[in-house]
Design a protein around this ligand. Structure first.
Ligand code: F6P
Length: 320
């Protein structure tokens, strides 16, 4: 092997730069050149890349986002688009490709591998909904961002005797909401996986206020419904003033946590080592703090990772 390539696809997350840097430096240590396609598969289709020498990745480890930039490419989803991508990889003399991204991006990686091109996938999505890895890249930093914001909101909730609903990301996944609820001591977590019983939640809120509690905190995943509607519901049912804060894309950015710097570095290094050893068509993952590999085919067939019931149970018990 003489030349490898890397790209970041789909929604960005913190830790992507640490991964790119580690992959580039591991390749260089093995006398292999690393190139980076800009803006994910869109850049691959335009053959838009930069050479990632040691200097190019210097100073990137501690930066959030992805300096290669990212995008969601509709064209790459077509057979013709993927054919162009493969042609460009062959034209550029690339021997293997590393793809960072969520489920859609990893499916794209599988398609390329099926066409005969060696690909390694790296799970990167703050939703933590990718199967076969305990943690995806960016999740820990997003959670740290969330708890910082929620702690601030809790202060003002307590000053004003208010209930707050904080909406976090997670179109289909309640991982961030349930984990953040535990870590912030919230009363309730509302997740897309479980239908909300508004009446029961209001009943329990009322009980807590009757017992002397003066404020309440609810963490709600964006995919679980409209936070404003829930706030209105609470107001109508029990008369509490309830405010909504939507954290939005704030959650995805910022300097990566120690965990994400290490995870990204481990994922990046391992991906290059796998390609060098002739392994392909797999996703690297984390299980019991050890790195794992799973066939991209299995990742694609496994569907979305199921939310661990223990998390919800814990959030419920500790929120009482
Ligand atoms: O999949 C990651 C994610 O951050 C989701 O939690 C969120 O719903 C989505 O991306 C937002 O995507 P975009 O940045 O394209 O609006």
């Amino acid at each position: 092997m003489k030349r490898l390539a890397i790209l970041t696809s789909g929604g960005d997350c913190s830790g992507m730069n640490a991964t790119i840097r580690a992959a580039a430096r591991t390749a260089l240590a093995n006398n292999i050149e690393m190139i980076g396609f800009r803006k994910g598969y869109a850049g691959l289709l335009k053959n838009d890349f930069i050479i990632l020498n040691s200097q190019a990745v210097s100073g990137t480890l501690q930066r959030g986002g992805t300096f290669l930039q990212s995008a969601r490419s509709a064209e790459f989803r077509t057979e013709e688009g993927r054919r162009t991508a493969l042609d460009n990889l062959l034209k550029d003399d690339v021997d293997g490709l590393i793809v960072l991204g969520g489920d859609g991006s990893l499916n794209g990686a599988l398609e390329l591998d099926r066409m005969g091109f060696p690909v390694i996938g790296i799970p990167a999505s703050i939703d933590n909904d990718i199967a076969y890895t305990d943690m995806a890249l960016g999740v820990d930093t997003a959670l740290n961002n969330i708890i910082y914001a929620v702690d601030c909101i809790k202060d003002t909730a307590s000053s004003h005797d208010r209930a707050f609903i904080v909406e976090v990301m997670g179109r289909n996944s309640g991982y961030l909401a349930s984990t953040a609820a535990i870590a912030t001591g919230a009363e309730f977590a509302i997740v897309p996986e479980v239908e909300l019983d508004l009446g029961e939640m209001c009943h329990q809120l009322r009980q807590r206020y009757d017992e002397g509690r003066t404020n309440a905190l609810i963490i709600m995943a964006e995919g679980a419904g409209h936070a404003q509607d829930v706030a209105e519901g609470i107001k109508n049912a029990i008369g509490f003033e309830t405010r909504v804060t939507v954290l939005g894309h704030y959650q995805r950015g910022g300097a990566p946590s120690v965990f994400d710097r290490l995870l990204g570095s481990r994922f990046g290094m391992k991906s290059v080592e796998l390609l060098l050893s002739g392994t392909r068509g797999v996703m690297v993952g984390l299980s019991a703090n050890s790195l794992t590999t799973t066939l991209l085919e299995m990742v694609a067939n496994g569907g979305q990772k199921k939310l661990n019931d223990d998390l919800l149970h814990m959030a419920e018990i500790l929120g009482i």
